[in-house]
Design a protein around this ligand. Sequence first.
Ligand SMILES: NC(=O)C1=CN([C@@H]2O[C@H](COP(=O)(O)OP(=O)(O)OC[C@H]3O[C@@H](n4cnc5c(N)ncnc54)[C@H](OP(=O)(O)O)[C@@H]3O)[C@@H](O)[C@H]2O)C=CC1
Ligand SMILES: O=CC(=O)O
Length: 321
Amino acid sequence: MKKPYIFITRTLPEEIIAPFRANWDIQMWDSEEKPVDRTILIQETAKADALITMLSDRIDEQLLEQGAQLKVIANLAVGFDNIDVKAAQKKGIIVTNTPDVLTETTADLTFGLLMATARRFIEASDHIRNGNWENWAPLLLAGLDIHHKTIGIVGMGRIGRAVAHRAQGFHMNVLYHNRSRDTEAESALGATYVSFEELLQQSDFVVCLAPFTEETAGMFNAKAFQTMKSSAMFINASRGANVVEEDLYEALVAGDIAGAGLDVFTKEPIANDHPLLTLKQVVALPHIGSASVETRQAMMHLCLENINLVLSGQQPKTEVK
Ligand SMILES: NC(=O)C1=CN([C@@H]2O[C@H](COP(=O)(O)OP(=O)(O)OC[C@H]3O[C@@H](n4cnc5c(N)ncnc54)[C@H](OP(=O)(O)O)[C@@H]3O)[C@@H](O)[C@H]2O)C=CC1
Ligand SMILES: O=CC(=O)O
């Protein structure tokens, strides 16, 4: 019998893939960093029983139309805004993602990014490397305190709750905003539910962890930044398109807010001459929220496990509904 054909849109470590080669015919795009050519992806989709995709791959209706025998798409991410899930479901194709296994790692990075922005880690490191450190000085690279401040989390889901847990350790006052209240998070984390506007008005650190959807697109715009305290900082670790980047730039230049920590951008990779990158009060990271070796391996294992379950007629562990 013909083995199922699996196409992976980036090169993943062979030791993770190897155990599956006995039962599956597996091909990988031959680059770890460069995205697969669209034409190749279309050709591969036409042959594949399963795809492992990256968040940078656009899986739209046109592509899905080619998937004559495609049964499952395993996205190597918890976010799935790169996939037209409705179109996949219409074709009977199951979509899976990688929740939970990346929650703590992404929360670590998000809180670290908040700290790096507030305490000016990157500027401080550059200060030494550029040979500018002349002496200890009373206000040299003085930043903002984090402990006992107010953090406002927009998107108090799995990662948001894990960030709130870290904030508790810093004795922070935790506010959150979701579309619906999470009373469990309120009692477990001492978090207070507020409207989006109240969160913006009261928080010292506004942290975006809501997924990219039609509702969240551009929710951090000029009005939002003008509602924030001028001493507050904005941290985004979910999706760049939740932010109007031109408005963020203007807000930082005008002093409407004090700084921004960004792991995600509307266009990734962001151009290295992007105006945001010219501002010293911006800490920018190349979308590395879940990037620990252990977690990326766990995400790969989960993708493979989901495919295995679907191809053997069972329910995947983490289907996107
Ligand atoms: N930087 C990185 O590398 C990573 C980024 N991510 C991003 O983080 C996101 C969150 O992941 P995770 O915590 O697992 O997801 P969850 O689904 O657990 O949490 C998302 C939260 O967002 C809330 N939400 C949804 N829509 C809105 C809205 N319109 N306004 C306010 N809140 C909203 C949801 O609550 P409710 O439904 O009640 O509104 C929910 O609490 C992912 O979608 C992904 O984009 C994830 C991993 C790594
Ligand atoms: O951005 C990363 C994800 O897992 O979603």
